[in-house]
Design a binder for this molecule. Structure first.
Ligand code: H79
Length: 489
């Protein structure tokens, strides 16, 4: 080998070594940023998948099924408010202790959706400023809104219509993202366990039978056979209706959860059909469904966690969460419940969730014909009017980077803080306890001219003089351009 040749080989070998080590380093970097050990997803891939959901901040929840026709009563008894207890109306089968066949026979004939009901839902969600709608494809009663081939307890067999398809089509027509609520417990299935003591799940027959009778009944029931059926149903939903954006599983007991559902297999199947789908973590038990559950978050068990009926006291960096809430005291329609939240509460809750880095999912319970009660429509449209004007301070914002303020909430975007003024300050002077604010510029968000507000740097921080002409009854928003958006006080 002459010198030229050996030099050539040396260069060649070095190049190979460099290429190999370069790709090796890339591999190591990718491995290092993997956030999900089950799917191999990297943090960059996860961020891209979660992007629309994190930016959406507001969604509409819809609870609608056979229970909507019962409307909180059974045999003339008001079960929504009974013996000093408030009961959620979609649980009527359990509350009134109704066997599955009787429940189906009584309610199926009453589900008569008016034409175009889904279009009205979609329009309302759009008017409200929601970016996505999560609707009950199947609640605990077991009735499927889609055309299910594995049961006749479904919309096609009962109404001759694929109600799921009507809803998905209507949502798509309004440019909304589609979320599917899917109950993993099923009071209709002959294989779903009835003995609460063992399963951790209440069952309607528990009101009719003794524990011994339930135990005897459960001896002939096979949870695994139910889980096979449930997987088949989930497959129908994710494979027959085009893109589905969210899967909202509900819920797991301590006794039956995770492996009992074959959750990892189920989620892998869903991802096969819907690689971009976002799923909650309710296939796994959380000590308290209503609790924050922020501290036990684990991405292999779901993409986001779901505080129910409340907003967490604080956000938690790195954890995606969504607070779901009823507008009155029930998810499914009740003809007895008029305890509506005010529009002001809806605005404040939306802002509060965003200021802590989370989403707000507010529920509507339509009547059996699909009509959304007027009281809900009015409040959602009022929220929407606020969102239309002030949405810039909600959509695609991140959590308040500063400490809490007494007069309202703060949301953020790069280089900007949005000051949500719930309590208008005395003499229009708003104090923001922030130091080292740098160059600042402030204006009322509702002021199309962006006319600057007077800002003084004082010992307390910044004092901003607001313009009363731009006061909003729910929340007046100030835009503050500052380079201190990530600075702690
Ligand atoms: O779909 C809505 C509810 O029907 C469902 N999730 C929301 C979104 C749900 N609510 N509560 N739970 C699931 C968890 C169950 C809590 C229980 Fe109980 C506490 C079951 C038994 C005690 C609530 C109170 C239901 C019966 C009594």
């Amino acid at each position: 080998m002459n010198t030229t040749n050996s030099l050539r080989s040396l260069v060649f070998a070095t190049a190979l070594l460099l290429i190999w080590s370069g790709s090796r380093l890339d591999t190591i970097a990718a491995e290092n940023t993997k956030v999900n050990s089950l799917t191999g997803e990297t943090s960059a891939q996860r961020d891209a998948r979660m992007k629309w959901w994190r930016e959406a901040r507001l969604g509409m929840f819809v609870h609608w099924g056979l229970y909507s026709a019962a409307a909180g009563s059974w045999d003339g008894t008001n079960y929504s408010f009974i013996n000093g207890t408030t009961n959620i109306a979609e649980w009527i089968q359990n509350t009134a202790g109704v066997p599955a066949d009787e429940y189906a026979a009584r309610l199926c004939p009453l589900l008569k959706p008016k034409p175009g009901f889904a279009k009205a839902w979609a329009r309302l969600a759009k008017d409200m400023g929601a970016k996505y709608v999560v609707f009950t494809s199947k609640h605990h009663e077991g009735f499927a809104l889609w055309d299910s081939k594995v049961t006749d307890f479904d919309a096609m067999d009962v109404t001759g219509r694929d109600l799921f398809k009507e809803i998905v089509t209507a949502l798509h027509e309004e440019g909304l993202r589609v979320g599917i609520y899917f109950s993993v417990l099923d009071w209709h299935s002959p294989d779903f366990p009835t003995d609460t003591k063992k399963s951790g799940y209440p069952h309607p027959l528990g009101k009719r039978m003794s524990e011994q009778e339930l135990a005897a009944l459960d001896a002939g029931r096979d949870l695994n056979r139910y889980v096979d059926f449930m997987h088949k149903q989930a497959r129908e939903v994710v494979s027959n209706y085009g893109p589905i954006d969210v899967l909202w599983w509900d819920w797991s007991s301590k006794e039956i959860q995770g492996d009992s559902w074959r959750a990892a297999e189920l989620m892998a199947m869903v991802r096969k059909y819907q690689p971009q789908i976002i799923m909650n973590n309710r296939l796994y038990y959380a000590p308290n469904v209503s609790g924050d559950n922020l501290d036990i978050f684990d991405v292999t068990k779901g993409d986001f966690t779901t505080p129910e009926q409340h907003l967490p006291a604080t956000g938690l960096p790195g954890v995606d969460w969504e607070s779901c809430m009823t507008l009155n005291d029930t998810w499914g329609f009740s003809s007895h419940d008029f305890n509506w939240k005010s529009t002001e509460t809806l605005v404040h809750n939306t802002v509060d969730a965003a200021s802590k880095g989370g989403n707000y999912l507010i529920n509507a319970g339509p009547m059996a014909d699909g009509t959304i009660p007027e009281a809900i429509q009015v409040r959602f449209r009022e929220l929407g009017a606020w969102m239309k004007k002030y949405g810039e301070s909600i959509y695609a914002t991140t959590a308040n980077p500063l400490t809490e303020v007494s007069w309202g909430k703060i949301t953020a975007k790069p280089g900007k803080l949005y000051l949500h003024v719930f309590d208008w300050p005395i003499e229009n002077r708003l104090v923001l306890p922030i130091k080292h604010a740098g160059e600042v510029k402030a204006w009322m968000l509702a002021d199309e001219e962006h006319e600057p507000l007077a800002v003084q740097k004082t010992a307390d921080g910044l004092t901003i003089t607001l313009k009363p002409g731009f006061q909003n009854p729910y929340d007046s928003v100030v835009v503050l351009e500052t380079d201190a958006t990530s600075a702690k006080q």
